[in-house]
Write a protein that binds this ligand. Structure first.
Ligand code: SAM
Length: 216
């Protein structure tokens, strides 16, 4: 029943706000688990964890399983309906309520989220392939500002979607996507670590990991 409500809420918002939602459904458990891998590190101290774009909480549900005493999770969601859904879930859903004291769901555009070197790791669900190069760059710079140097940012994209759209796209749309592709490929080349392909997901996806650079 909870899964049905989650799916129907996600689908409604995906239809209403496809550019920011950018997915046909919530992430599956294998993708969610891959995105949470950094939290399973042995012998880590209490961490401040950032989740950008939690949606209905498909990844959040997995993240909370890996919270240790003293950890906090801040989930920043731009869509008020989705942010409220997630806030309600932490209040009413018996599988999430026990973690509520460690979790803050913030309704905000990540771009306006203040702070510097605040988080020890970040998990990001933002659909960069739906965004312009300018917006993607600003969001990546925001994530880099919020995360500590040396920390890991994990994010995902659907497998080969960008490449397929580049191959079949035309005109200005193709040029825009080409610039985005060059930027993301270069980030991966500079900062990327061990991407992981997740076949068991609707749609198959790749979990990408970027190690945040030291600051000058
Ligand atoms: C592809 S969905 C991912 C949802 C969820 N993490 C999952 O994997 O099922 C992208 C989410 O990012 C949110 N989002 C998009 N742009 C955002 C922004 N600038 N700041 C915060 N959240 C944003 C959307 O509203 C949506 O919930």
């Amino acid at each position: 029943m909870a899964a049905l409500t989650e799916w129907s809420t996600f689908l409604r918002q995906s239809k209403a706000q496809f550019t920011t939602t950018g997915a046909i459904g919530p992430s599956g458990p294998f993708l969610a688990d891959s995105l949470c891998r950094e939290l399973r590190r042995p012998n880590r101290g209490p961490w401040k964890i950032l989740e950008a774009g939690p949606g209905t909480g498909a990844v959040t549900r997995r993240l909370v399983r890996y919270l240790r005493p003293g950890d906090t999770l801040t989930a920043v969601e731009i869509n008020p309906q989705l942010a409220n859904f997630l806030k309600r879930s932490f209040r009413d859903d018996p599988s999430l309520a026990p973690y509520a004291h460690q979790v803050e769901v913030v309704e905000a555009d990540l771009l306006h989220f203040e702070g510097k070197s605040h988080f020890d790791t970040g998990v990001c669900g933002l659909p960069f392939n739906n965004f312009s190069l300018d917006l993607t760059q600003r969001l990546m710079e925001t994530l880099e500002r919020l995360l500590k140097p040396g920390s890991l940012l994990s994010y995902f994209e659907y497998l080969a979607i960008r490449r397929a759209r580049l191959a079949w796209g035309k005109g200005e749309a193709r040029e825009i996507l080409g610039r985005l592709d060059a930027y993301l490929v270069n980030r991966e080349r500079l900062l990327g670590e061990q991407p992981e392909v997740i076949w068991w997901n609707l749609l198959p996806a790749v979990c990408r990991r970027l190690r945040m650079p030291a600051r000058a």
